[in-house]
Design a binder for this molecule. Sequence first.
Ligand code: SF4
Length: 280
Amino acid sequence: MSDKPASGISISFAFSQASLQAYADCPRRFELRHIERLNYPAVEAEPALENERHRQTGEAFHLLAQQHLLGIPAEQVGRLANSPELAHWWQAWLMFAVGQDFASAQVVSPELMLSAPLTAGFRLTAKFDLLVVRAGRATIFDWKTSKRRTPTPHLAARMQTRVYRAVLAQAGAHFNGGAPFAPENIEMIYWFADFPQDPAHFPYSAAQYQRDWEFLNQRVKTIAATPAGQFPLTADEKACDYCTYRSYCNRGVRAGAESARDLDDNEPNFRLEDVEESAL
Ligand code: SF4
């Protein structure tokens, strides 16, 4: 591959689960957002104000969990849970945390960013809500505040599940006495603030790791080699209802209703995490 990929993507670009999911959902969306870096201020889903409020509450919840995991007393953190929804999530999370007994683990690292080298000088980054290590076994936790519990098979196919476990297998040696974690000693758990009794567990295996790592490298090669302006628009026009570029692509002007969005597609198109990861 030459120094300048045909796609025009910067060779210092750090791929993330969010940017790779954008490509999986619609290659043109990836190009507009991550290569052309086009910010288009359309509403993603309606009702816009309610969705924005929910997003901000979700961010506040992540902050509460992080502060508690860093050792700030629960009573002090709990005072910041200043809305009924946030207070509800906080109470559910406290019960979950007590059951997990995080204090007895060797490693408890919230908001952890890891990065691993990919093909052709690119990098792959992941930002975990929490990494816990006990007796050589690593668990990646991700807190979900979506209004619906995403079905487990849909989560299994999401880039986040594939990227996070692979990045830990590649770049987690620092948390395992200097040796990489064996894939069999890695697990990812999604915990849902509105469905606290129903977390989704994803163990890992050497075969899955090999499959995912080859897939990720091949996907990045494909992205880099696609000529600029030739990233195809998704054939699933329903996805355009929830995409901020729909006017730009001539795929409608009105945002779709959040209530009608597919269960496996109820994450925002672009997340702060993605911006932070890509900036590495
Ligand atoms: S509007 Fe549709 S085709 Fe255009 S970038 Fe968004 S998802 Fe892709």
